[in-house]
Write a protein that binds this ligand. Sequence first.
Ligand SMILES: [Zn+2]
Length: 337
Amino acid sequence: MTKEEFYSSFKVLTKAELHLHLEAVISKKTIRYFYERKHSGLSDVQADSEIAKIFTYSDLNGFIQAYLAVQDLYESPADFDYVFADLKDYLVRNGISYAEVFAAPSAFIKKGWNFSDMVETYSRNIRKINSDTGIKIRLLIDVSRTFGYENAEKNLQLLLLNMIPEIIGIGLGGSEQKGPAKLFEKVFDKARSQNLFTVAHAGEDVGPESIWDAIKICKAARIGHGISAIQDEKLMQTLVERKIPLEVCPTSNVFTKKYVKNLAEHPIRTFFNKGILVTLNSDDPLFFGVELLDEYWNAYTEIGFSVEELKQIAKNSFVASFLTNDEKSEFLRRFDD
Ligand SMILES: [Zn+2]
């Protein structure tokens, strides 16, 4: 299949994406606008070079610093209107009909923003996108490994005071080395007791023990990345037996350079062969220069999946989602059509 044929046929295939960070779907145009608003009087060349500096990193912690630098450009919760407009364009461009998206409020709350104002913009934009396009978006609030237990507890408290139907759970992102999962056990227990779904990034920057902690201690329903599971046969068997899905983001893993040197060696091939419920995701489109359709193309050309296998992986994203069984059946029926 040629690249053009591949992109056009996979674009019309209705898809879900389960590992996508809201603040990383921001477009270059919006970044540019935010940057020039904050640093007035720069020439175009100066602005380009300063923005390029933000996007220079070579590991997960460097990437997190860049992520925080971009969040620092926001001036008020109304700026999320721009980001959701970019998210809508992204979802349409990639043929995504359902997305579970991470929103990371920690840096904004530290700036003194009111969480309820943020939730209001999330809700308003998600409803508008749904009425304009039919695309359904649900949010997972990142309680974050980066800023410690108290920050995570506070994020959850704020969330519980501001619940809306569009927010369905919490996620644990950020620095895996600085913030081991065991620190966050109570936050996860409490979230589940309030009927929130719980997921965790794990095995992205730390070995299989981090994934074991995420599933045993935090009881995460899905694992973000999970690539270091390749080192642990028993863990891979457990993921199969307990049907714990992995949200795999191949290009992101090559960028952060921890366990994957190049796409051809990505462990998703082994995970799929062993029967782990793997899904394909883009993680941070702006930061890694890759969108969901690109990841399907990469999986086809670099990792060696067949078109039929990629259709199975695309279906997995609905199966592994937090949609109700009826909603899953409806999306899968649309998929088969
Ligand atoms: Zn992520």
